[in-house]
Design a protein around this ligand. Sequence first.
Ligand code: FAD
Length: 387
Amino acid sequence: AEQHKYIGIVEDCCCDYETVNRLNTEVLHPLLQDLVKTPFYRYFKVKLWCDCPFWPDDGMCRLRDCSVCECPESEFPEPFKKPLSQYNPVCQEGKPQAAVDRTLDTRAFRGWTVTDNPWTSDDETDNDDMTYVNLRLNPERYTGYIGPSARRIWDAIYSENCPKYTSAESCQEEKILYKLVSGLHSSISVHIASDYLLDEATNLWGQNLTLLYDRVLRYPDRVQNLYFTYLFVLRAVTKAEDYLGEAEYETGNVIEDLKTKSLVKQLVSDPKTKAACPVPFDEAKLWKGQRGPELKQQIQKQFRNISAIMDCVGCEKCRLWGKLQILGLGTALKILFTVNGEENLRHNLELQRNEVIALMNLLNRLSESVKFVHDMSPAAERIVGGQ
Ligand code: FAD
């Protein structure tokens, strides 16, 4: 019954809800689901030891000692080799579902250079603190990370970096930053609702449609921002069509790597998507006014702050996905805003392997969220209406 709220063009985008749902269900979601399983896309390199610059007092950073690592000891990152008992770890989030399962990838990825992303705070240069995480073993789902620590992160992100705009006083660009963060927040909530620990005693996992309704569906702007963020990232991926289509996806597994390349090509140049939603988001209309360059720098700084805040997320798996998705958004921003003009993009765009992995995995997460919201809204609203 509530579906009527989502008719017409997604605000600030160029496609309507119906088209997005159809393209997502028929084309993009199935392709992305296959793509993120390929060897190239399933490993993410990340520094999970947090170095929280904002609240050094609160003990969250001791989490490195609370992680569960299931790989053989010989593969442990150096810091793990110290006996755990020596630390007497006090976990804030000791639940196993909050810990990251590190599976190190021994294969080399070739053909990718290290470049900086001006939108994010992380130094992506390889170092000993980086570890490879198999994303398929660590789905983004309910972890039990709730309470003041989680709330403080979201509050910091919203109040310090992108206060909710009022159309009178906030410009288009700031509004977009807010919508991207809100859309990502919606998506995280949707994943919590779609994979929830229903009964701790029996370890029963399943969907929590009441939570879906309470956190997302009952606020139409949160749903709208989810669709907006999805289209924004989709635009970045299709804009980088040439780059992504020609990139090197070599991991040493010839058959899988060919499949990866073919899936990427299908995704970035799908004729149905091009026909139905040729420009999912029109970035050309931004940064136009006199304050354009200054505004871009300011928003870039705000986004870098958001990226730094991810180091303070006090649950390891949440931090993993937080970092991945913020890097994915930063990569979308880099593609859309760092290089001007289509021609320049072809020659000047340089992405890091990790950025590309983050970008596609983010798009997949958003695509899953859009699908879950679309498929489950009627049932969720029936449940809540019947209470
Ligand atoms: P929260 O989701 O914490 O929201 C706080 C406040 O923000 C709300 O009261 C509301 O005012 C506002 N708000 C909520 N949604 C939106 C929106 N879409 N747009 C704008 N404003 C909004 N928990 C897990 O179980 N698994 C995870 O993988 C996970 N990953 C996380 C990653 C990050 C980066 C962070 C910061 C937290 C993560 N969490 C995760 C915690 C989770 O997001 C919630 O904070 C937690 O479940 C508590 O939820 P809550 O109901 O208090 O509201």
